[in-house]
Write a protein that binds this ligand. Structure first.
Ligand SMILES: Cc1cc2nc3c(=O)[nH]c(=O)nc-3n(C[C@H](O)[C@H](O)[C@H](O)COP(=O)(O)O)c2cc1C
Length: 498
């Protein structure tokens, strides 16, 4: 199933009763906003996607705000044409595993590209007027989170597409009491684009360009077909093109159009496109507070500054607003499915007994095996799998701070079942591997900060919750639990009577 654009996906959600249009007023101003509270309310009530069209304190009142489109695993699965998260994950990972199924993008003329309906050149553009801004929680700046960032390796010209957040200086509070110049507020943005652990490909491009003393061109395509967003959030190997992978996920090529001021290509049906360039000396600036995906405020972040060279958008554009905060929040499901797909693709290539891999919104990794007890290929097999996760391909599994391996009878989506397996199949000293020198998740406030000012190494815990037969016991106690089919039978017998 291929959605032409974000609008087609939203129409699909609406048809399925998963999206509501709301004109209740909500404030989005810095310091006064209500959107973090709205996000929490929706997360707690399993709420739908929203289109908000009556925002207060909003700089672009004519642009509706899409909110919470990916706020459940089910809606995130709908990006790939199914309501079943497991089926979606399998589709994501099967296409990822087999590049022969990827489909190259197709170029279209600018005249046929809706993202070119309105073209605003550098001398006319102003970030305060031409890009929507919504503020969340106690954040000092507004963010662009619905964008995919396109850049090319300055040596090879090979393209990369990744989901990286962009932030604005307009109307932002400086975290150290300073101020941002008018030029910075109106003609510049900044991007989370550093080549530091745990490493992003745009960061590598930027580091190379800087070393070569060359500018790096960037395009940020906002609100695209979410399958492309998923592809761009997937850590495919460096030098492979996420547009090709997105084509494979969609089963149809992504239609691209040339940018106006940079030598890059963007999806023709994007709602907004921001073109820009990092100058060779790449100035940086400090922003903050920043609400992060592990649920804390960073007092400040330092980002490289981007000169905006052009903004284009559709005639009646849509914007997407979201916040990172204490999980769960809307777009962490958008980030989790790619990590699960990457991990599963890598593990299954090496270990056929790996059945499933689940990453919770708080980034606990759970690997389910198809074997347990005496059917494990060798004693201590669970511990071998723990090490394989830490050594898996991709950017994130090496940062798995809490990792659990379970057998086939434990549902990895059910935290209570995982806890039961830990309580009844684990001896902590023997079955937990404490890794003193793991890779840190860079935002974890409990990991010590390195010389660069952020954590790079972290202690980690791998829990082998498989049954220790034959390594410790010759047999194991029988599980006392009713059979699923019989439970359903009983429920049918009781239907309408309780
Ligand atoms: C909504 C969303 C926002 C993200 N923001 C960032 C970000 O600001 N910085 C970053 O390094 N990764 C971010 N990620 C994760 C990257 O997109 C992901 O690691 C991806 O693989 C990076 O692409 P690359 O491997 O081509 O560098 C985000 C993911 C999602 C889904």
């Amino acid at each position: 199933m291929a959605f032409k654009d974000m609008r087609a996906f939203l129409a699909h959600l609406e048809e399925a009763g998963q999206l509501r249009r709301v004109n209740v007023p909500f404030n989005v101003e810095r310091g006064r906003n209500e959107l973090q509270a709205l996000m929490r309310h929706l997360a707690e009530t399993n709420g739908p996607a929203l289109i908000l069209d009556n925002l207060e304190g909003y700089n672009t009142p004519g642009v509706p705000l899409v909110f919470n489109p990916y706020g459940t695993r089910e809606r995130t699965a709908m990006i790939l044409g199914t309501r079943d998260p497991v089926e979606a994950k399998l589709r994501h990972f099967k296409v990822l595993q087999d590049p022969s199924t990827w489909i190259k993008p197709k170029m279209v003329d600018a005249a046929k590209a809706p993202c070119k309906d309105v073209v605003i050149p550098r001398d006319k553009l102003s970030v305060d007027k031409h890009i929507p801004h919504v503020f969340f929680g106690r954040e000092g700046a507004s963010y662009i989170t619905g964008g995919v960032g396109v850049s090319k390796d300055p040596e090879t010209g090979i393209r990369n597409v990744g989901a990286y957040r962009v932030t604005s200086f307009w109307n932002s509070e400086h975290p150290q009491g300073g101020s941002y110049s008018e030029a910075q507020q109106k003609k510049q943005l900044s991007m989370f684009a550093f080549w530091n652990p745990p490493m992003s490909h745009v960061g590598l491009h930027l580091a190379k360009a800087q070393k070569m003393g060359r500018p790096l061109e960037i395009a940020i395509a906002c609100q695209v077909d979410p399958a492309l967003h998923l592809a761009s959030a997937t850590g495919i190997p460096y030098g492979m093109d996420e547009y090709d992978y997105a084509g494979g996920l969609r089963g149809a090529p992504v239609e691209l159009v040339k940018c106006e001021t940079v030598d890059l290509e963007v999806p023709a049906t994007a709602e907004y496109v921001i073109e820009g360039v990092f100058r060779p000396d790449v100035p940086t600036d400090i922003i903050g507070w920043h609400s992060n995906s592990v649920g804390y405020y960073d007092k400040h972040q330092i980002f490289p500054i981007l000169d905006v060279t052009c903004i284009t958008h559709r005639k009646d554009p849509l914007w997407y607003g979201t916040i990172e905060m204490m999980p769960p929040f809307d777009h962490n499901y958008m980030a989790l499915m790619p990590i699960e797909g990457e991990l599963l693709a890598d593990l299954q290539r090496k270990i056929p007994e790996v059945k499933d891999a689940v990453v919770t919104p708080n980034m606990t990794y759970i690997v389910q095996l198809s074997v347990d007890g005496e059917s494990k290929p060798h004693p201590e097999f669970g511990k071998y799998v723990l090490h394989a996760v830490w050594g898996a391909a991709g950017r994130w599994p090496r940062t798995a701070k809490m990792l659990v391996v379970v057998g086939p009878d434990v549902d990895p989506y059910d935290i209570s079942a995982v806890e039961w397996a830990i309580q009844t199949r684990v001896q902590p000293v023997s079955d937990i591997i404490m890794n003193r020198a793991g890779q840190a998740f860079v935002l974890d406030p409990s990991a010590p900060k390195g010389p660069q000012g952020f954590p790079t190494s972290s202690e980690q815990m791998g829990i082998d919750a498989t049954i220790k037969v034959p390594e410790r016991f010759s047999d194991y106690a029988e599980v006392s639990q009713a059979d699923r089919a019989q439970v359903e039978q009983v429920a049918r017998k009781l239907a309408g009577r309780l």
